[in-house]
Write a new protein. Structure first.
Length: 156
């Protein structure tokens, strides 16, 4: 028996050693998710807002980014690269985004209360799909309140 045949190093041996080395690194040296530097998170905010108040949360006037969908307000601040200034969905920030997401037209937002009864069933379904994603991904803030009319303010 030759000594060279016992210590022969093949490609299979190389990949086994490589895998074991990575495993040891992963187990002992890689930082866990909990040890990573926490993001500068804002405290959770729970409150109902009118559409006028909601517009303040567009990522420009306020650090937080909110949008509403079917009357529910979500804090999408963690998705600021999408919904914040310069993001592809920034025009939805601070607005009721139901029509925009239902029609896949991000500029279809209104500064006043929007009646979505003219949307087709498939558009409503698309918006409901977005809503289920928002419910899973972003914190719920509150509900959109109806704006008080000037007549109601005078009576008070």
């Amino acid at each position: 028996m030759e000594l060279g045949s016992v210590f022969e190093f093949t490609a299979v041996d190389f990949f086994i050693i490589l895998g074991l080395t990575y495993f040891v690194y992963w187990m002992f040296f890689k930082k866990s998710v909990n040890e990573r530097k926490p993001e500068n998170k804002l405290p959770e905010l729970k409150k109902d807002l009118t559409l006028d108040e909601l517009r303040e949360y567009d990522g420009v006037k306020n650090e937080r980014v909110f949008l509403a969908l079917f009357g529910n307000i979500y804090d999408v601040t963690q998705g600021k690269s999408f919904y914040g200034p310069g993001g592809p969905y920034h025009s939805l920030a601070g607005h009721d985004a139901t029509r925009g997401l239902a029609t896949f037209n991000v500029s279809a937002v209104s500064d006043v209360e929007d009646d979505i009864s003219d949307l087709s069933p498939s558009e409503i379904s698309d918006a409901r799909d977005w809503e289920s994603k928002f419910k899973c991904k972003y914190p719920f803030v509150g509900r959109v309140l109806k704006a008080e009319k000037n007549d109601e303010k005078k009576d008070s």
